[in-house]
Design a protein around this ligand. Structure first.
Ligand SMILES: NC(=O)c1ccc[n+]([C@@H]2O[C@H](COP(=O)([O-])OP(=O)(O)OC[C@H]3O[C@@H](n4cnc5c(N)ncnc54)[C@H](OP(=O)(O)O)[C@@H]3O)[C@@H](O)[C@H]2O)c1
Length: 267
C-alpha cells in the first residue's frame, strides 16, 4: 500500500488554508495545519500546530515536529498572510516591514526550513498562495501588492533552482474569496485626509468583493488538483473577471487598461 502523503499548510485556522486542509485531509493526505493560536482553531480531521511565520525558532520547531512524527513533508502550502490597507503616504516603515515579514519573509523562512528535507528525499511540492494583487498593483494596498509581487519572482527563481532535484513549485493567484481577509486587514495608523475619499471607495470595493467572492472550498479544489497532479505548472489563477482584465493587458493600450482598472478598483 502507498504511504499517505504528508502536507503542511500554514495559516489553516481560517479561510483558504482551512478549506484546503479539510479537503486534503478528507482525500487521504496526512495534514498538519498551523495557526499562531492552535488551541482556538481545533479541527477533528487534521492536526493543528503552533506557528508564527515571522519567527525563525517558531518555524524550526514546527518543521521539526512534523519531520520527527512523519519522517517527511511531501507538500508544503505557504498560505499564511494578511492585508495591510492604507495609502503609501500613510503607511509607516514598521507597518510596511511587518507586512513583508509575514507575507514574503514568512514564506521564505518556511520554504528554507523545508527544502533540505525535500532535497534529501529528491521529491516535494511547494504551493505558494500569491494573489491577483501580485499581478496588478492594488491602490491603497501597495505593500500587500509588493509582498505578492515579491513572491512571484521568488517562486519563479526557486522553481528553476529545484526542478532537477525532484521538487515542483507552484504559485496560486486567487481573485476574491469569501474569507476573513478583509476583517483581519491591518489599517495604517496615520491618516492623510487628502486620500480619505478615494481610499474609502477603494476599501468599500475591496470589502464588497471579498464578501461576494467565491467560496474557499473552490480554491481548495484547485490546491488539491495541484497536489494530485503529476506535473504541476508554475502558475494557476482562479480570479473570475480579473482573469480577463489581465489577459487584456498586453493587448490594449496602457491608458485603456488603466481606465478598466479604475472602474474595478473604484478610483
Ligand atoms: N481571500 C481572498 O480573497 C484572497 C485573495 C488573494 C490571496 N489571498 C491569500 O490567501 C492567503 C490566505 O488568506 P485568507 O483569505 O484565507 O485569509 P484569512 O481567513 O484571514 O486567513 C489567514 C491565515 O493566515 C494566518 N496568519 C496570519 N498571519 C500569520 C503569521 N504571522 N504566522 C502564521 N500564520 C499567520 C492566520 O492564522 P492565525 O491568525 O490563526 O495565526 C490565518 O489562518 C493569504 O496569503 C492571502 O494573501 C486571499
Amino acid at each position: 500500500m502507498d504511504r499517505r502523503k504528508v502536507v503542511l499548510i500554514t495559516g489553516a485556522s481560517s479561510g483558504l488554508g482551512r478549506a484546503a486542509a479539510g479537503l486534503l485531509a478528507s482525500s487521504g493526505y496526512v495534514v498538519y495545519g498551523t495557526s499562531r493560536n492552535p488551541a482556538s482553531s481545533f479541527s477533528d480531521n487534521f492536526n493543528m500546530l503552533k506557528l508564527d511565520v515571522r519567527g525563525d525558532d517558531s518555524v524550526k520547531a514546527c518543521i521539526s515536529e512534523v519531520i520527527n512524527k512523519e519522517g517527511s513533508i511531501d507538500l508544503l502550502v505557504c498560505n499564511a498572510g494578511y492585508v495591510l490597507s492604507g495609502a503609501v503616504e500613510e503607511v509607516s516603515m514598521s507597518e510596511a516591514k511587518e507586512q513583508m515579514e509575514t507575507n514574503f519573509f514568512g514564506v521564505a523562512r518556511v520554504v528554507s526550513a523545508v527544502l533540505p528535507h525535500m532535497r534529501e528525499n529528491r521529491a516535494g511540492r511547494i504551493i505558494i498562495i500569491s494573489s491577483v494583487a501580485g499581478m496588478i498593483g492594488l491602490p491603497y494596498h501597495a505593500y500587500y501588492s509588493a509582498s505578492k509581487y515579491a513572491l512571484e519572482g521568488y517562486a519563479e527563481a526557486l522553481s528553476r533552482e529545484v526542478h532537477d532535484k525532484g521538487i515542483c513549485v507552484s504559485l496560486v493567484q486567487p481573485g476574491f474569496f469569501r474569507t476573513n481577509i478583509a476583517g483581519a486587514a491591518a489599517l495604517a495608523e496615520k491618516v492623510v485626509m487628502a486620500y480619505h475619499k478615494q481610499k474609502g471607495r477603494a476599501m468599500d470595493i475591496f470589502h464588497d468583493s471579498v464578501a461576494s467572492g467565491k467560496t474557499p472550498e473552490e480554491l481548495a479544489l484547485l490546491i488539491k488538483r495541484i497536489a494530485d497532479s503529476d506535473s504541476p505548472k508554475l502558475r494557476y489563477m482562479n480570479a473570475g473577471s480579473a482573469r480577463w482584465i489581465l489577459m487584456l493587458r498586453p493587448l490594449i493600450p496602457q491608458r485603456m487598461f488603466e481606465y478598466v482598472l479604475s472602474r474595478c478598483t473604484g478610483i
